[in-house]
Design a binder for this molecule. Structure first.
Ligand code: CP
Length: 353
């Protein structure tokens, strides 16, 4: 099957992915991916279409194309990760990039090196793109100010996890009975909303997609989102979202339920009486899933605490698409690396660099 990205400058899989990322579709203009709040709906659609193309690459006997040959991708993680770190690494290698992995715990960060010094050092060592995760919200923005290449945010504090939200959207569109259009479809994010960068990025993409978005959790873990919901009404093309601590009302007739982990490592204390009570009042159990539409999708960005926010039998339920989320992460991140490398290449050409 041939897939040509609609502006005619995109990917034709009959011919293969263009040999240079500079041939990536011209409608993507961002050098960095820090959050989705500056990414338009047509650009999100472009990521979805480019991901389709990358999935076709992944289905080939040799799932490797030369699109990022000669491009240095450094994966710089200051926080633990399995899915994001590994899938970005696999994605970059599938595109033939030169990949370097740095775990902050075994780098000169432990000797007091600052983030800015590390970024400058990584650039001097040949990085063109840095995928970074940091415990501090906003750290990738600081890195972007000091780096001549592209920064991809792999999760910063409570703030944003844009590639996760894009793979969540891609997974929903691929599995939603009745087709990929989310307009008016009830999507519920259930759990620790307060500490969740995944929820914050998903708010942008899912309201842009027209979903009827519900955020559900204990009131202590929804603080501040009421002001955001009201403000969203003024954002062109985005819908408001509903906040509730009534889990029955939230999951009733839902099309999608995404459970979120209780992030004990980010809690200052006093927000929850106990995990046992949380599981009883807010955990996604089979009984609660039965209130959703019969074909409702079960999602979780991982890592999961089974028996707390999601019952083990729900995590592996036939309606669970949790492992599909992980698999789609590679194709979505291939698409993002490809699009950002193309934008950076065009920017260099324009400035004669
Ligand atoms: N969803 C997610 O970010 O998982 P990791 O922490 O394993 O990367």
């Amino acid at each position: 099957m041939s897939l040509v990205v609609p502006d005619g400058t995109g990917i034709d899989l009959q011919a293969g992915v263009p040999p240079s990322a500079a041939a990536a579709p011209a409608r993507w203009s961002h050098r960095h991916l820090l959050d989705l709040d500056v990414v338009s709906w047509p650009e999100i659609e472009l990521v979805m279409q480019t991901t389709d193309a990358m999935r076709e690459v992944l289905a080939r006997p040799i799932a490797k194309v030369p699109a990022l040959r000669g491009i240095g991708v450094t994966i710089l993680f200051y926080e633990a990760s399995t899915r994001t770190r590994v899938s970005f690494e696999v994605a970059a290698k599938n595109l033939s990039a030169d990949v370097v992995n740095i775990a902050a715990s075994s780098s000169s960060v432990t000797k007091g090196e600052s983030l800015v010094d590390t970024i400058r050092t990584v650039e001097a060592l040949g990085a063109d793109m840095i995928v970074m995760r940091h415990a501090t919200s906003g750290a990738p923005y600081l890195a972007a100010e000091h780096f001549g290449g592209s920064i991809l945010n792999g999760g910063d504090g409570w703030h944003a996890h844009p590639s996760q939200a894009l793979l969540d959207l891609y997974t929903i569109r691929g599995h939603l009975p009745g087709g990929p259009n989310l307009h008016g479809r009830k999507v519920v994010i259930l759990g620790d909303i307060l500490h969740s960068r995944v929820a914050r990025s998903n708010i942008w993409s899912l309201t842009a997609a027209g979903a009827d978005l519900w955020l559900c959790g204990p009131s202590t873990l929804l603080r501040g989102f009421d002001r955001w919901a009201a403000a969203m009404a003024a954002v062109p093309g985005h819908g408001r979202f509903t906040l509730t601590s009534d889990v029955t009302a939230a999951v009733r007739d839902a099309d999608v339920i995404m459970a979120l982990r209780i992030q004990r490592e980010r809690m200052s204390g006093g927000l929850l009486p106990s995990l046992r009570e949380y599981a009883a009042r807010f955990g996604l159990t089979l009984d609660r899933l039965a209130l959703a539409k019969p074909e409702a999708l079960v999602m979780h960005p991982g890592p999961m605490n089974e028996g707390v926010e999601i019952a083990p039998e729900v995590a592996v339920h036939p309606r669970s698409v949790i492992t599909d989320q992980v698999t789609n992460g590679v194709a979505v991140r291939m698409a993002l690396l490809y699009l950002l490398a193309g934008a950076a290449g065009r920017a260099r050409e324009a400035t004669g660099g």
